[in-house]
Write a protein that binds this ligand. Sequence first.
Ligand code: PLP
Length: 442
Amino acid sequence: MSGAGGGRSGARSLSQRDAACLWHPYTQHGSDGAPLEVAAARGATLTLADGREVIDAISAWWTCLHGHGEPRLIEAAERQARRLDHVAFAGATHEPAVALAEALLQVAPRGATPLARVFFSDDGSTAVEVALKIAFHFHAQRGATRRRKFLVFEGGYHGDTVGAMSVGDPDPYFAAFAPLLFEVVRVPVDAAAFEAAFDAAEPELAAVLIEPLVQGAAGMRMHAPDLLQAIDRRCRAAGVPWIADEVFTGFGRTGTLFACQQAGVAPDLLCLAKGLTSAMFPLAATLATEELFEAFRAPERRRMLAHGHSLTAQPIGCAVALESLRLSQERDVAARLARIGARIEAGLAPLVGDPRVVGLRRRGGIVAFDLAPQASATSGSASGAGYFTARAPRLRAAAIERGVLLRPLGDVIYACPPACTTDAECDAIAAAMRSLVEVTFP
Ligand SMILES: Cc1ncc(COP(=O)(O)O)c(C=O)c1O
């Protein structure tokens, strides 16, 4: 048995062993450098196998809310693992799932129609798939079979499964899969453009879907709350559900617990993942109104929502998420993240008016700027976003040399570190972001 893994590895480094057996996400194995060998993490800091320390300024792909190795979350996971690991959630229930659902509904954004039901799944993509399926099937259950289209926004990103890709913008991530994807109505992120498109497509709409206030993967593009108000108004008047994808913006990232709260509106379907367990466990939730739920409740079994995953409502994940939510409230994580964002933004003040930098912006704990377009001249992207340029991995490597893990989205340099990030770490993040301007325009 010694042959498996360790025994045969000899003097090969972790990266060499990795290169022989792994396939990484959003990685070009033909040109991207070797992966970081990460041995441990605490707070905002990753410790590499060679002993170097690097600040995780992207919160483990926007998931790690409180900081790495948060003792309260570890204890919650251990306690729950000893009690109940898992049970099939079709036809069974357990305390962590019920308590988490109750807590989520308690803190969810409040609007005209309360969110009243929680459907658990595994990650952001599945949270979106569930919302799409609920919206689509809701109309079909009521005989409104014309309502099959989703109205979505340019630059939207909702995950990598086929339904989530369909409602996302194919540029830059999904062009290769275009023939697989279903048709949507896609409009610019603008209230007037939305209203015109909504009016034209309304009889065929199943739902409207948006990332509220910040489109993360599109390059931390930020919009004003009035768009959400327009969506809420139009959808309520027409009886079309709207879906808020708060997979990234949820749990305090934008300065309030949920981004929708800044517009004073609540959707009919709310997608949550990432910060839900603060990176400790894969878990997601789709919150729905009672009206949506009721359309599926009937004596006939075939009217049920035909969706589920093996690990739906995994008890350890639910227990961790509940503890994470308690921590968020005790520590006012949304305010903490906003302070962290403001500190990083202050550290970027020398870039204000610098022609090499465009659109310095912040929403809560998310801070971003674009490198000026002339830097994109060879990116091959009409939009200038240039996600697939070789420059982004080079800039990432340059930031790591300066002790900060950044992962530029094409020409967009951003940070959204965890809520435990210290002032000194914020200053180091800002310094690393500034240095990438110098690296790009030497
Ligand atoms: C807004 C949004 N929705 C959905 C997803 C997909 O989440 P996951 O990667 O957990 O599937 C992401 C991921 O970045 C996201 O930012």
